[in-house]
Write a protein that binds this ligand. Structure first.
Ligand SMILES: Cc1cc2nc3c(=O)[nH]c(=O)nc-3n(C[C@H](O)[C@H](O)[C@H](O)COP(=O)(O)OP(=O)(O)OC[C@H]3O[C@@H](n4cnc5c(N)ncnc54)[C@H](O)[C@@H]3O)c2cc1C
Ligand code: SF4
Ligand code: SF4
Ligand code: SF4
Length: 284
């Protein structure tokens, strides 16, 4: 092994121990000998590492150069007005015309509509964030194969769903050939490295046909978030939607507002890795 090659040991030190890990699961997805698992959201070695360095090189939290990615994807640098948004061809404000989507979606339902269209146009599957059945408001990556499943996974979960584990399942376990992926910008960075970076993986590059990056300001630590709701007398099981709007954090049960506070009050629940984010909305 070259002295300069960074391996899992370096990933653990530079990313995990440094509090930078976003729990995206890219390292798990890329490991050729499947010896990484996420334990409580953090990568752990569960077998013999062959020191290939792929986990380090594909992690979105190691030396990620967004300008390089812009050049690879769009063939140019950002203009001044694209500094915060990332490169764009056009900007649209839109909302769904489907009542079913509007009833479940977080905002205008555009994301769910685009993903549904992907399946209707012959896509094999879509990696979305569903919810655990036995753990309230705990997201998990879901490989949706139908419009109903995609609509069922609409709405924002304000804690992490390790999206790249869903990508691995879709491509490596289910053998899907044409998939779409939705996720937060940090997850899109991992996916971009995996599919477009210098150490990209051909299986993933070939399969990922559409990526949808969400605007994201923060995700909460699940345990802290649940404890907070308990302290405030909010039963998370009754909440049908959480929302961050106009500087307020709001929990709804249907139309009823169960809880509404200034965003500052819940800032302490934000995961430490989100304090050093610096991603653009889509990052790909
Ligand atoms: C963690 C998080 C924080 C956000 N913070 C803000 C904010 O502060 N301000 C703001 O304006 N917008 C924020 N957004 C974006 C906003 O909540 C909506 O996702 C966006 O406006 C799209 O709305 P929509 O109705 O088209 O989405 P929908 O049609 O409801 O589709 C949303 C899609 O996102 C997926 N998804 C939901 N949660 C996650 C997750 N945690 N990880 C990966 N995928 C997920 C769902 O599975 C679904 O496919 C945030 C999103 C996330 C995930
Ligand atoms: S084998 Fe490669 S990808 Fe897997 S843990 Fe070791 S260095 Fe990382
Ligand atoms: S690839 Fe993702 S899960 Fe793995 S160490 Fe990096 S940020 Fe954490
Ligand atoms: S704030 Fe940044 S690091 Fe945190 S979940 Fe959103 S995109 Fe990822």
């Amino acid at each position: 092994m070259s002295k300069d090659k960074k391996t899992f040991t370096d990933l653990a030190k530079d990313v995990v121990e440094a509090g930078l890990c976003v729990s995206c699961g890219t390292c798990v997805a890329v490991c050729p000998v499947n010896v990484i698992e996420l334990d409580q959201g953090l990568p752990t070695l569960v077998g013999k590492c062959i020191e290939c360095g792929l986990c380090y090189r594909n992690c979105p939290r190691t030396d990620f150069d967004e300008d390089d990615l812009d050049r690879v994807v769009y063939g140019r640098d950002r203009t001044e007005r694209e500094a915060l948004t990332g490169v764009y061809r056009a900007v649209y404000a839109a909302r769904t015309r489907s009542d079913a989507v509007r009833g479940r979606a977080q905002d205008g339902g555009v994301v769910t509509s685009i993903l549904s269209q992907f399946i209707e146009d012959g896509g094999d599957g879509v990696v979305v964030a569903g919810l655990e059945e036995d753990k309230v408001w705990s997201p998990r990556p879901l490989v949706a194969r139908s419009r109903d499943e995609i609509v069922g996974a609409a709405g924002t979960k304000y804690t992490v769903s390790p999206t790249m584990l869903g990508v691995r399942k879709a491509v490596k376990e289910m053998g899907l050939k044409r998939i779409a992926v939705v996720g937060t910008p940090c997850q899109m960075r991992g996916l971009a490295r995996l599919t477009l970076g210098p150490s990209r993986n051909k299986k993933y590059s070939d399969a990922v046909a559409l990526t949808v990056g969400l605007f994201c300001m923060e995700t909460f630590s699940y345990d802290d978030w649940m404890s907070y709701l308990k302290e405030e007398g909010v039963d998370p099981g009754k909440v049908t939607k959480f929302e961050i709007k106009s500087g307020r954090f709001i929990a709804y049960a249907g139309e009823e507002e169960l809880h509404k506070v200034k965003l500052g009050k819940v800032k302490r629940l934000v995961r430490p890795c989100c304090h050093v984010c610096g991603t653009s909305p889509a990052s790909t």
